[in-house]
Ligand binder design. Structure first.
Ligand code: 2M8
Length: 426
């Protein structure tokens, strides 16, 4: 298929998922606005329709709390098709929540990177003046509210703040005690096959974590008040890149951007400190447990944050990302990058964040490889990613052996990032 035909298909997905106010993640399962979905959508729209991309950013920012937190879901319009919905969060009862109902937790901060892409594609100083203070407040909040151990790295308080049922959260989540009388409501499984989604046991724990956080208005003053507190390398690497992009944007608007560039530096140093030479990977940290090399793509993700030299990036590529036994293509499973190492006992090729290939993860890694100057490797992963969407469509995620589409079809960020991969000037 020609690049142009593929780009047209991708844009058609975004147009079809456009509710007018925001672009939903997918046509069926997800009727609300999710944070990093919309940021990635705006980033892709920078290539074809920057005005619509800016509107997406504005609509997400309508969910911002007065303390700066940008929530993981904004429930713009009521919809029964997705549960747990706004009633679980009851944001109206919280101090500082916006008029529109939202969740009380956040998601990986990609938005500054999206705004940079929009500005590079079509500069708009008025838009920058409008959104930069909001981005600054969100980033500032992440450090102020979530750097519990003073390491410079921020903690997530719920697996929904990163990669839901990734095995890297298993041990931390298992510590959340189940209740016998608990009833759960979830709509995802009426639309998707059970083996592609988190288990009921996971969901029960997700809801208990929310209940506990709700009791303190979603703002625990220490990890002791949070049943789950985890230094996730993916979110931190995305924040490191986001801080650099925010500093760049401030400079574009004539300001120094000093806080953001210092924050980016500090994050990079702290990420570099998570390196484990003997396993050739980065260690996550469970604030209620210990440090682990998780066997998931988080092990190599600081490649995106720019926290390493080229020699280490090459090693990560050869020994992990492109290794057939770990995250790379093999004869039996030619589609990469798997979100969990094939060598891990937790690898499950169909179950959501426990093994399948995701386009957003590939996109971050391609960017990271490019930033490290590994252009040939980046081109190889880019080509494989584009071949996958060409063959299997813009799925939410993909089975690594067959490339079969899993989860929601016509998924927005898969389409948006395809546009970026196809059309971004190098
Ligand atoms: C998934 O998360 C929601 C809960 O927030 C779900 O499982 O229903 C995750 O993949 C998350 O990263 C994503 O933002 C969201 C919407 O695509 O779906």
């Amino acid at each position: 298929m020609s690049a142009r035909a593929l780009a047209e298909r991708a844009l058609a997905v975004l147009r079809a998922n456009d509710t007018g106010d925001f672009i939903r993640p997918g046509p069926r399962v997800y009727p609300f606005q999710w944070n990093w979905d919309s940021a990635l959508v705006a980033l892709g729209l920078a290539r074809v329709d920057p005005d619509r991309g800016r509107a997406e950013v504005r609509s997400l920012l309508r969910g911002q709390w007065t303390d700066g937190m940008l929530p993981h879901i904004v429930f713009h319009t009521p919809a029964d098709a997705y549960r747990p919905g706004p009633e679980l969060w009851d944001s109206a009862a919280c101090l500082g929540a916006p008029a529109v109902p939202t969740s009380g937790i956040t998601q990986p901060p990609v938005l500054a990177t999206a705004v940079r892409a929009l500005h590079e594609a079509a500069p708009d100083g008025v838009f920058l003046e409008e959104v930069l203070p909001a981005l600054e407040r969100w980033h500032h909040w992440l450090h102020a509210a979530r750097d519990f151990d003073g390491s410079g790295l921020v903690a997530i308080l719920h697996p929904w703040e990163s990669a839901d049922n990734s095995p890297r959260f298993d041990r931390a989540l298992a510590r959340v005690e189940l209740r016998r009388d608990q009833r759960i409501q979830r709509t995802d499984r009426s639309q998707l096959s059970a083996d592609e989604r988190p288990t009921d046991r996971d969901y029960r724990r997700y809801l208990i974590v929310v209940e506990r956080l709700r009791q303190c208005g979603y703002r625990p003053s220490s990890p002791a008040d949070a049943p789950f507190a985890y230094i996730d390398l993916c979110l931190n690497a995305i924040l490191a890149a986001g801080e650099s992009d925010l500093a760049w944007l401030w400079r574009e608007s004539g300001e120094s951007g000093e806080r953001a560039s210092l924050a980016a530096e500090r994050l990079r140093r702290a990420l570099a400190g998570r390196w484990d030479e003997s396993s050739g990977a980065y260690r996550d940290r469970d604030l209620h447990g210990g440090e682990t090399v998780s066997g998931t793509v988080a092990d190599v993700f600081p490649l995106y944050g720019g926290a390493m030299d080229r020699q280490r990036a090459r090693r990560l590529w050869a020994e992990a990302l492109w290794s057939p036994d770990r995250f790379g293509p093999s004869a039996a499973a030619p589609w990469a990058v798997t979100t969990v190492s094939k060598a891990s006992p937790a690898f499950d090729p169909r179950r959501y964040w426990r093994g399948p290939v995701w386009i957003n993860i590939n996109w971050f890694l391609i960017r990271g490889l490019q930033q490290q100057g590994l252009d040939t490797e980046a081109a190889e992963l880019r080509a494989l990613t584009l071949l996958l969407v060409e063959r299997s469509g813009f799925a939410e995620y993909y089975e690594p052996s067959t490339g079969a589409p899993l989860g929601s079809e016509s998924f927005s960020w898969s389409a948006a990032l395809t546009l970026d991969l196809l059309l971004r000037p190098s």
